[in-house]
Design a protein around this ligand. Structure first.
Ligand SMILES: O=C(O)CCC(=O)C(=O)O
Length: 280
């Protein structure tokens, strides 16, 4: 695993090497709320994920509506999804759980969080060429409410090289230390599963363009975002969460939870235990 170089939006800067020891990596994750791990996977491992996930996206329209959602939907818009997302892809491609990438991320999660760390959730997100939608700034914890801290680590695994114009991950360093923010539904649309954090100042955002084979780890409270894909090729990512078994693994997927939050009315909300119970 080699040094991690990331760019902020106004130029580029180097963060510390992520070729550090496991305990150093855990320190960086605790400090910044995210971590870039380059060369975590071999080309064959990425090819294995593509072989499992691209066929799922090819049959996106036939998957159950609560599983296959459009994170970029605009009310009333027709046509193909702008940001197709498949929740719990492992249910439809169980081999994902036996993939080399799954094993590598589980090992990393155990290094970062401790040995009693297990799979809790996964989803896959595509950005078609020249899609219109950004994945707005949000904290993953918002999808679960603030009743139970997720206590998880989330791995974002790109299935190809991804630069800023392709929609690479961007993070706000240290944002995980400010607690859970207010979120609203994207575009005020009561039917969308996508949440947007309130009042984000992205001046200190750090963009993480990476080559295939890299893995980006972040915490549930870390603010993150991706731009629309301004390239001519699909951008795919598989995201897998690991955490303490039993705390969160049995709660519903983010898409469902967000849709249930959506039925509660009001446009801004601080996800609360009440919202969480409503979704469970
Ligand atoms: O892949 C993306 O566009 C965004 C991923 C993301 O926001 C997430 O995994 O929570």
């Amino acid at each position: 695993m080699s040094a991690g170089t990331v760019g902020n939006r106004g130029g580029s800067r180097s963060l510390e090497s992520t070729s550090a020891s496991p305990s150093r990596r855990a320190d960086i994750l605790r400090r910044d709320g995210f971590l870039v791990i380059r060369d975590a996977l071999r080309p064959a491992d990425v090819a294995e994920l593509r072989g499992l996930l691209l066929p799922l996206f090819a049959r996106f329209a036939t998957l159950p509506a609560h599983v296959a959602v459009d994170l970029g939907s605009t009310p009333g818009a027709l046509g193909p999804p702008d940001i197709p997302e498949i929740n719990r892809a492992v249910r439809f491609a169980p081999q994902l759980r036996r993939s080399a990438a799954f094993a590598a991320c589980r090992m990393l999660a155990r290094e970062l969080l401790g040995s009693r760390t297990w799979y809790t959730f996964d989803h896959a997100i595509a950005k078609p060429p020249h899609n219109r939608g950004a994945t707005d700034w949000h904290q993953d914890q918002a999808y679960r409410g603030n009743g139970i801290p997720m206590g998880t680590v989330h791995f974002w695994i790109p299935l190809q090289d991804v630069a800023l114009e392709g929609g690479c991950m961007e993070f706000i360093p240290g944002s995980h230390r400010g607690g859970l923010r207010m979120h609203r539904r994207r575009g005020g649309d009561p039917h969308t599963g996508a949440l947007v954090a309130a009042g984000v100042c992205s001046e200190t955002a750090v963009a993480c363009p990476v080559a295939a084979g890299s893995v980006l780890a972040h915490l549930p409270l870390t603010l993150h975002y991706t731009e629309p894909n301004r390239t001519a090729v699909h951008r795919y990512a598989w995201i897998v969460h690991f955490g303490p078994r039993g705390r969160i693994g049995l709660l519903p997927s983010s898409g469902i939870a967000a849709r249930l939050f959506g039925s509660l009315g009001g446009s801004w909300f601080a996800p609360s235990p009440w919202h969480r119970r409503a979704s469970g």
